[in-house]
Design a protein around this ligand. Structure first.
Ligand SMILES: NC(=O)c1ccc[n+]([C@@H]2O[C@H](COP(=O)([O-])OP(=O)(O)OC[C@H]3O[C@@H](n4cnc5c(N)ncnc54)[C@H](O)[C@@H]3O)[C@@H](O)[C@H]2O)c1
Length: 248
């Protein structure tokens, strides 16, 4: 599970451990990953924290090897790490675009490839679950590179599903809407500094049909479903978890 030191990834890791899985929490912030892993262990679960930068293939391979050394095999892989750095559309730079694409899209490509290679070494079968976003289904003016990166996650999910089905590997994604996580604290501060506070958490959450933004726990059941044998006949799909927002 990448990006497991915070927010949605931490909630899914807790959910996996509560179901009896050995959870491996990979994050750029190794201290945060260890903090979540130790709460899982003190609740009686099984968890290992590893510091991994998802943009660094060697680090991803090293993290995967530590996980397999500890727990014996890989059954499911979550590409969840992600970030945003908003800019007004006309000001977006190649540097900003590349930084976001590197983490959110190339990170998913690397993670999917390395997890799939491990699944093949184990004889096939396995589950890959990607964190997309409603921003991959529709563009937002201050989030152009982020939206492009999440559209890339959807495309990578479909391409990988087509390639890996013959090996019994399913590849799916879920697309959250507005989820109350630390990501939004930084995003709201950045948007306010840009003079675009009206594009922030409160205004995006205002029109959600179910009347509230998501909590990370709202994401967990679907994420676990996509990692379990209950979803064995589902591949290449993107399941929106957005409380009734953009409806596509
Ligand atoms: N919060 C939302 O409203 C929302 C909505 C849609 C999609 N998402 C997506 O959900 C995922 C999780 O977001 P969150 O809201 O929990 O954010 P978060 O900021 O709380 O957690 C993201 C985690 O990813 C880690 N990370 C960032 N770059 C990394 C890298 N290069 N390598 C490894 N780890 C890295 C961070 O250290 C952090 O622990 C992201 O992919 C995000 O784009 C979030």
């Amino acid at each position: 599970m990448t990006g497991a030191g915070s927010g949605i990834g931490a909630a899914i890791a807790r959910g996996l451990a509560a179901e009896g899985a050995n959870a491996v929490l990979a994050d750029l912030d190794g201290t945060a990953a260890e903090r979540v892993a130790s709460t899982i262990r003190s609740d009686g679960g099984s968890a290992l924290a590893v510091r991994v930068d998802v943009t660094d293939r060697a680090a991803v391979i090293a993290g995967l090897e530590r996980a397999v050394d500890r727990f014996g095999r890989l059954d499911a892989w979550f590409n969840n790490a992600g970030m945003n750095a908003p800019m007004p559309f006309l000001d977006v730079t190649a540097e900003n675009f590349e930084r976001i694409m590197r983490v959110n899209a190339i990170g998913v490509l690397i993670g999917t490839q390395e997890a799939a290679k491990r699944f093949l070494q184990q004889g096939g079968g396995g589950k890959i679950v990607n964190t997309a976003s409603i921003a991959g289904r529709t563009g937002f003016p201050s989030f152009a590179p982020y939206s492009a990166s999440k559209a890339a996650v959807i495309s990578l999910t479909q391409a990988a599903a087509r390639d890996l089905a013959k090996h019994g590997i399913t590849v799916n994604a879920f697309a959250p809407g507005v989820v109350a996580t630390p990501l939004w604290k930084q995003l709201d501060a950045d948007l306010a500094a840009m003079g675009a506070a009206d594009a922030g958490f409160d205004s995006m959450a205002a029109d959600i049909l179910l009347g509230r933004p998501a909590q990370p726990e709202d994401i967990v059941p679907t994420a676990l479903f996509l990692a379990s044998s209950d979803s064995d006949y589902i591949t290449g799909q993107v399941i929106a978890i957005e409380g009734g927002m953009i409806l596509v």
